[in-house]
Design a protein around this ligand. Structure first.
Ligand code: CUV
Ligand code: SF4
Length: 631
C-alpha cells in the first residue's frame, strides 16, 4: 500500500513534466513565480478594510508601526481578518445549500428533481415539528419543509433548528456563551458589520462572533445541505468505486465534474445514461461516456452513484494535462481560474455553469433549476462532439487507480455496526455498538480528518501520514473532502487496509466488514460527522467534549475550512490544523484560539504542521479524554 503512495507521487512528477513539455502552466509554476509570499499577509497583520489603508502593522510589539491609521492594533486586525474568513466560508457552504433547498422546493413527481427518500423526508419534517409529517402528501410536505429550510437562512427570531440534536449540555454551553447561531444570513451579515471599519475591536468578542457565524454553517447550512441532498438524491450506501487519475478512460468520452453542488452533477449523471447520447458518442468513435469526479462534487457522486474519483484539489490541473478530458464542467468553489487557459493547451473545453461562479475564458452554459436537464445535455453533447478533436500525441493517462469503498452516511454506518452485534439479543439500528467498542477500549477513539490540499505542504502526505498513524493506534478515522480522496488514492478506503491497524481496530473492521477509514462524503457532509458524534454522546449521556474524538484538517486551504474548524471547536472537539491560518501576527489572538476558547467551548484549535507530531498530540488528547471518562 505504501508503494501505491510512492508511485502516486511519481505520477504527479510525470504529469508536471508533461505539462512543461506541452507548454502548459500549473499551480507550481505560479507558486514559484510569486517568489516569497507576503509575510504581513501571512501573519494576518495587513488591514485593507477601509480605504485609508492598506495598513500593515508590525508583528512585534517592540518595533515598527503598532497601529493602523484608525488606531486598530494587531489583535484587532488579525481578529477581523479571521472573522471575515469565517464569514466567507460559511457563505460558500450555506449559499450552495440554498440552491439545494430551492431544488427541493421545485421537486415534483414528474420533474427532474424528485424525492427519493420519502422516509427521510418524513423523519426530518417531524424533527422540525411539521404537523402530520407522516401522512401529508409527499411533495406538499417536501415543499413545506423546503420553505421552512429557506427560513433558516433569514428567519427573524430563534436559532437553528438542528441545534436541538446536540446533547443538552452542549446546547446550554452555546446559549451561555452566546454562540447559538440564529438565521444563517443574519450571522454572516452581522459579523461583516462587526468587522467593518470602526466597529468591533475587542478580539475576544470578534472570535466569539466568528464561532457563532461558523456554527450557522455546521449546524445550519451544511447540515441542511446533507440531509436535503439525501432526501432528493438518496442516502449514500456502501459501494465500490475507484480513485485516481487512472479512472480517466482514453477510449471513452471523458467528462470531468468539478465543484460542489449535487444539483448539476446529478443531472449530468442522469443525462450521461441517455441512450441517444451514448449512441452519439459511439458514432464519434468512443466506447461510451465516462463521467469522473473531482473534489467535493466527486465525493457526492461517488457516495451516491459510485462515479469514479479522478482526484482531489491539487489534481484538477493534472486531469486536464492527461489530454484525455473532453469537457471539464464546474459549478462553484475550489475551481482554479487557471483551468480555461490550461484547457486551451489541449482540446479540452472548460464549461462554467453557475452565475455565482462564472469563469472567464471558455464556455458558459447556465444551469437553471427550472430546466436543469437541458444544461446537462448540452454539456454532454459538447463533450461528445469534442472527442474527435483529441490530439492523440498529447494523451497520456497514468495507469494508477485504487479500489475504494465509499458511502458511509450515518444511516449506513449504523447499519454496518449492526454486524458486530447479535441481532437476536442486542438492540440494532443505533450507535450503541460504536460506543461499546470505544468504551471497551477496542477502539481508542475517533478522528474526523477533512479538508483540502495546499501547496505549502507536500500534497496528500499529511493526510495519509496522520491517518496511518492514527489507525495504527486503534483510532478509527472518518473522512470527507479532499482528505477522503487522499485516503481513497492511498488504498486506505478498502478492507485490506485493516492490515495497517492496531489489533483492536483491525478486529472491529473485520467484525463490521468495513475499512478503518470511512468516507463520509463532501465538505458539507462534515455535518454527518457532527451528527454521528452527537448520537454517540447522547447514547452515552455525555457531552461531545468528553468523547475521545478530535477533528483535523492537515492540508486545508479554503475559507470554508476555517469556518469548519471554528464550528468543530464550538461543538466541543479539539481541532488540529496542519497549516497556520493568518493569525500568527497576534500573540493574543493565537492565545485565545489555542487556550481562551477552551473555557467557552471545552475545545480549542491546535496548530501542528508535522503530521507525526500531530498524531502524537491527538493520541495524548484521546487518552486524556479516556482517563477523564474513567474508561
Ligand atoms: Ni469542499 S474546500 S479543496 S473541494 S476539501 Fe477539497 Fe472539498 Fe477543500 Fe475544496
Ligand atoms: Fe487601516 Fe484602520 Fe482602515 Fe484597517 S480599518 S485599513 S487599520 S485605517
Amino acid at each position: 500500500m505504501s508503494n501505491e503512495l510512492l508511485e502516486f507521487d511519481v505520477i504527479a512528477e510525470a504529469l508536471i513534466e508533461k505539462a512543461q513539455k506541452d507548454g502548459a502552466e500549473t499551480m507550481w509554476d505560479r507558486k514559484a513565480a510569486l517568489k516569497t509570499q507576503c509575510g504581513f499577509g501571512e501573519a494576518g497583520i495587513c488591514c485593507r478594510i477601509c480605504v485609508m489603508g492598506p495598513c500593515r502593522v508590525s508583528p512585534s510589539p517592540d518595533k515598527g508601526a503598532q497601529r493602523g491609521i484608525c488606531g486598530a492594533d494587531r489583535d484587532t486586525i488579525v481578529a477581523r481578518n479571521f472573522a471575515r474568513m469565517c464569514c466567507a466560508g460559511t457563505s460558500a457552504h450555506s449559499d450552495h445549500v440554498r440552491d439545494i433547498v430551492h431544488a427541493m422546493y421545485h421537486s415534483s413527481e414528474d420533474g427532474p428533481f424528485k424525492i427519493r427518500e420519502e422516509g427521510k423526508l418524513r423523519k426530518i419534517a417531524a424533527e422540525w415539528g411539521i404537523e402530520e409529517a407522516d401522512t401529508k402528501e409527499t411533495y406538499a410536505l417536501a415543499h413545506e419543509l423546503a420553505e421552512m429550510a429557506l427560513m433558516e437562512f433569514g428567519k427573524p427570531f430563534g436559532t437553528q433548528n438542528f441545534l436541538k440534536r446536540a446533547p443538552e449540555s452542549r446546547q446550554e454551553i452555546w446559549e451561555k456563551e452566546n454562540i447559538a447561531p440564529r438565521a444563517i444570513d443574519q450571522e454572516v451579515v452581522t459579523l461583516m458589520h462587526s468587522t467593518h471599519m470602526g466597529c468591533a475591536s475587542d478580539p475576544e468578542s470578534i472570535l466569539r462572533r466568528s464561532l457563532r457565524t461558523s456554527m450557522s454553517d455546521g449546524w445550519g447550512g451544511s447540515m441542511i445541505g446533507t440531509e436535503f441532498s439525501d432526501i432528493m438524491y438518496g442516502v449514500p450506501k456502501e459501494r465500490a468505486s475507484e480513485s485516481n487519475l487512472g479512472v480517466i478512460d482514453p477510449e471513452q468520452v471523458n467528462i470531468m465534474l468539478h465543484g460542489h453542488d449535487p444539483n448539476l452533477a446529478e443531472m449530468i449523471a442522469v443525462a450521461s445514461k441517455n441512450p441517444e447520447l451514448i449512441e452519439m458518442a459511439k458514432e464519434q468513435g468512443a466506447k461510451g461516456i465516462n463521467v469522473v469526479g473531482m473534489c467535493c462534487t466527486g465525493n457526492e457522486m461517488t457516495m451516491r452513484h459510485g462515479i469514479k474519483i479522478a482526484g482531489n484539489f491539487y489534481q484538477q490541473e493534472m486531469a486536464i494535462i492527461t489530454g484525455a478530458v473532453e469537457v471539464a464542467v464546474v459549478d462553484v468553489q475550489c475551481i482554479f481560474p487557471a483551468l480555461p487557459k490550461l484547457a486551451k493547451s489541449y482540446h479540452t473545453r472548460f464549461i462554467s455553469t453557475s452565475p455565482k461562479a462564472k469563469i472567464a475564458g471558455d464556455m458558459y452554459i447556465e444551469f437553471n433549476e427550472e430546466d436543469p436537464l437541458s444544461c446537462a445535455e448540452e454539456v454532454i453533447k459538447t463533450a461528445v462532439m469534442n472527442f474527435k478533436n483529441r490530439d492523440a500525441s498529447k494523451v497520456d493517462v497514468p495507469e494508477l487507480k485504487a479500489e475504494t469503498i465509499v458511502g458511509y452516511s450515518v444511516e449506513t454506518t449504523i447499519g454496518a455496526l449492526d454486524r458486530v452485534v447479535n441481532s437476536q439479543t442486542d438492540v440494532t439500528g443505533t450507535v450503541k455498538p460504536l460506543g461499546d467498542l470505544v468504551w471497551a477500549g477496542v477502539l481508542r477513539g475517533a478522528a474526523g480528518i477533512v479538508g483540502c490540499n495546499n501547496p505549502k505542504v507536500e500534497h496528500d502526505y499529511a493526510h495519509i501520514t496522520l491517518m496511518k498513524e492514527l489507525i495504527k493506534n486503534d483510532v478509527i478515522c472518518v473522512v470527507t473532502g479532499c482528505a477522503a480522496q487522499a485516503a481513497a488514492k492511498a488504498g486506505l478506503l478498502k478492507l485490506e487496509a485493516k492490515e495497517l491497524c492496531g489489533r483492536g481496530l483491525k478486529e472491529a473492521c473485520e467484525r463490521a466488514n468495513i475499512p478503518p477509514v470511512l468516507h463520509m462524503g463532501s465538505c458539507v457532509d462534515i455535518s454527518r460527522i457532527l451528527h454521528l458524534v452527537t448520537l454517540v454522546a447522547n447514547e452515552r449521556g455525555v457531552d461531545i467534549a468528553e468523547l475521545p474524538v478530535v477533528g483535523a484538517a492537515p492540508e486545508y486551504m479554503s475559507e470554508k475550512a476555517v469556518a469548519i474548524a471554528s464550528y468543530v471547536v464550538s461543538s466541543g472537539l479539539n481541532t488540529y490544523l496542519g497549516v497556520m491560518p493568518y493569525v500568527s501576527g497576534s500573540e493574543n489572538f493565537m492565545k485565545l484560539m489555542t487556550e481562551g476558547v477552551k473555557e467557552w467551548t471545552g475545545a480549542a484549535y491546535v496548530f501542528e504542521s508535522d503530521p507525526i507530531k500531530a498524531a502524537e498530540l491527538i493520541m495524548a488528547d484521546i487518552e486524556d479524554k479516556r482517563t477523564k471518562l474513567g474508561i
